[in-house]
Design a protein around this ligand. Structure first.
Ligand code: NCD
Length: 293
C-alpha cells in the first residue's frame, strides 16, 4: 500500500507525472475518476486552506467525502490513536487524509489501516502536498526550467513543516536554497544560510518563500516581538524593488509581519495561484494513490 507521508514517497519522475496531470485539472472541470470512492478527512489541528483544498479536490473527482469532526470524536474522550484508526478502517474508506499537531501520527495511522493515508501536515515534520503545490507553482511559472533557480526561504524555518518538506523536494530538483532567518528560527543545516535579509540576497534570488511565525509551536517567546521580526524580515517594496522574482507563501499570511499590504497586491505574489494549484495537485495525488494502489 502506498501512502504520502513525506515528499520522499514520490520519485522525481512521479512528481513530474503528477504535475502533468495537475495541469489538466487546472481547468476546474468536474471529473469522475473517483466515482463511488469515499475519502475521510480527519484534521486534529486547525486548517482553512488545506482541509477545504483536499475536500474540493476529492469532490471534483467525484468522490464522497466524510469529514470527521475531531472536536466531537472519541480522541477527546481518551480513545487511543490505534483504536481510532481501527474504527476508521472498519468503515472501509478509500483514502484517509490526516492532520495532527504531533509529528509521526500519519505514519502510525498508515501502519494500521487498509487504504492510502495522505499527510495533511504533522507537527513540525512534513507537509508533502504543500511542497508539491509550491514546486508545481514554481514549475509552471518557469515553464519547467527550474534547475539552478535560486530560492530564499524566509522566516520561522525551524518550526515549519512547510520548510522541511520544501527543502527535501526542491533540492532534489536542483533548486538552490538559501535559508534566511534570525538565529532562533534557523534550523541546524548544511544549506547556505543568512541571519539577515538584505538586498544582495534578493538581487540573486528568483523566488522568495515567506513563512508564518509558528507561534503555536514556540515553547517560550524567543524574540522581542513580532514587530521586531517584521522590521527585519517582512517582504516589503523597499526590499524587493522591481526585482524580477516570484513570491510564495503557504498561508495563512500575517500581513505586515510576513509580507506587507503593498506586496500582497503585487503581481509577483503568487499566493492565490498556490491555492488554486493546490486543489489540482491534491486531485492528482488522490487519483494516483487511490487508483494505483
Ligand atoms: C501551513 C501549515 O499548516 O503548516 N499552512 C498551510 O497548510 N497552508 C503553514 C502555516 O500554518 O503557517
Amino acid at each position: 500500500m502506498r501512502h504520502l507521508i513525506t515528499t520522499k514517497d514520490f520519485s522525481n519522475s512521479e512528481v513530474i507525472e503528477l504535475f502533468q496531470e495537475a495541469k489538466e485539472f487546472l481547468d476546474e472541470k468536474p471529473r469522475d475518476f473517483l466515482k463511488e470512492k469515499s475519502i475521510t478527512t480527519i484534521f486534529f489541528e486547525n486548517s482553512t486552506r488545506t482541509l477545504s483544498s483536499f475536500e474540493s479536490a476529492a469532490r471534483r473527482l467525484g468522490a464522497r467525502v466524510l469529514r470527521l469532526d475531531v472536536s466531537r470524536s472519541s480522541s477527546s474522550k481518551g480513545e487511543t490513536l490505534y483504536d481510532t484508526a481501527a474504527n476508521l478502517d472498519a468503515m472501509h474508506p478509500h483514502a484517509i487524509i490526516v492532520r495532527h499537531a504531533n509529528s509521526g501520527v500519519p505514519r502510525i495511522l498508515s501502519s494500521c489501516v487498509h487504504c492510502p493515508v495522505v499527510n495533511g501536515g504533522d507537527g513540525k515534520h512534513a507537509h508533502p502536498t504543500q511542497a508539491l503545490l509550491d514546486l508545481f507553482t514554481i514549475y509552471e511559472h518557469f515553464q519547467g526550467d527550474i534547475e539552478n533557480k535560486r530560492i530564499l526561504i524566509v522566516g520561522d524555518i525551524k518550526n515549519s513543516r512547510v520548510a522541511s518538506s520544501n527543502i527535501e523536494l526542491l533540492s532534489r530538483f536542483g533548486i538552490k536554497i538559501t535559508l534566511v532567518a534570525p538565529p532562533h528560527f534557523m534550523p541546524n543545516t548544511s544549506l547556505p544560510k543568512s541571519y539577515l535579509l538584505n538586498e544582495e540576497l534578493i538581487e540573486n534570488a528568483d523566488i522568495i518563500m515567506s513563512l508564518r511565525t509558528q507561534v503555536e509551536r514556540h515553547e517560550k517567546i524567543v524574540y522581542a516581538s513580532l514587530k521586531d521580526y517584521a522590521n527585519d524580515f517582512c517582504i516589503n517594496p523597499k526590499l524587493i524593488k522591481d526585482k524580477k522574482l516570484i513570491l510564495l507563501h503557504p498561508g495563512p499570511v500575517n500581513r505586515n509581519i510576513d509580507i506587507s499590504d503593498e506586496v500582497m497586491k503585487d503581481q509577483r505574489a503568487l499566493i492565490l495561484k498556490q491555492v488554486k494549484n493546490g486543489v489540482a495537485i491534491r486531485m492528482a495525488v488522490l487519483k494516483k494513490l487511490i487508483l494505483e494502489n
